[in-house]
Design a protein around this ligand. Sequence first.
Ligand code: ADP
Ligand code: MG
Length: 382
Amino acid sequence: MNTPHSGKIAGDLISNTIQSDSDAFVSFANVTKTYDGRSKVVDGLYLDIRKGEFLTLLGPSGSGKTTTLMMLAGFETLTSGEIFLDGSSLSNKPPHLRHIGMVFQNYALFPHMTVAENIAFPLEVRGVARAEIGKLVAKALDMVRLPNVGDRRPAQLSGGQQQRIALARALVFEPRLVLMDEPLGALDKQLREHMQYEIRALHQRLGVTVVYVTHDQTEALTMSDRIAVFDSGRVRQLADPKTVYQQPSDGFVATFVGEGNRLDGMLSSIKDGWGQAILADGTAIGVVPVDARAGEPGMIVVRPEHVRVAGPDEAMVNGLETIVEDVVFRGDRLIIRLRTRGGGELIAQLNIDHATPRIGANVRAGFEAGNARIYDKALMAR
Ligand code: ADP
Ligand code: MG
């Protein structure tokens, strides 16, 4: 599938012709949304979602993720553009005819109903026969591994159990598409991580298409087949988690997803695809040019796990002079906080058996040129 709008920021790159990718299960075609008639909270969105995939909309608060999901569900109108589901336009289709399941952070279960009644609700709305409903509810409870709680009230369950019931309710009518908006946001860290694996396993087992919303980059990396990184109503990058992490397409993605050291630098030259950058203190280092322009202020981003710290007399290519400011023991790794001569901070994440540098020592720290990517500073995350 290689359509003009399957790449990065397609809205800028292709003509405004509305088209639907025949391979796509869900297709946003030049969708724009404004609530106040001025600011576009979703801005010329092109996004194709494949059948059966787990696609995550990842972005900071206010970037338009929920609005995008609400337009797909039919609870919010489009200002312009069109959304296609399974080849047909959703333009005049009311929410209940879209056959979409939903789980939201605050989409509470009905408190006055039992768990079984809650799960039965979407089936009753759809006129499924009584006898059938009982069977389907039991199956849904099995699926979320809570077979014996049908007679309880939601308040008698833990937060994690309630969220699993919400999941069962969203899946019981076998929707062709499930939308989840920060469904784990209210859970504590341990339960959240556990539920990430549960939802992932459920997705793999059922093969249903999932559009998932989160502002948590670790969650997005853990769960997704592909991630659409949102900023200001636009998709900055659409790719699998590994590509998003290792080859961010711009500085926003580089700093929003994963930890990243930022070093001010100016791209001075490019040769054979490799760049040379001049740091604030005049040091020249090799870099990968991404979207930085030569002679303009740039930002070099290096992951902490790619920073190496030299021993006392060890040479280090592509390195810089630093002073050790702090050394933190994290159980499975050492975190070294370094200050560069140019005044920047550089965090190194080292193997636990690495020699521990002394605080206050002058050390050389460096990284492979291939792990130092330079971006246009104007497009960095704030
Ligand atoms: P996200 O889910 O990424 O946090 P939202 O889609 O909820 O983002 O919001 C995007 C922008 O639209 C925000 O600036 C928000 O304040 C605004 N917004 C969202 N819903 C409404 C609404 N119903 N009326 C007016 N503005 C809204
Ligand atoms: Mg939201």
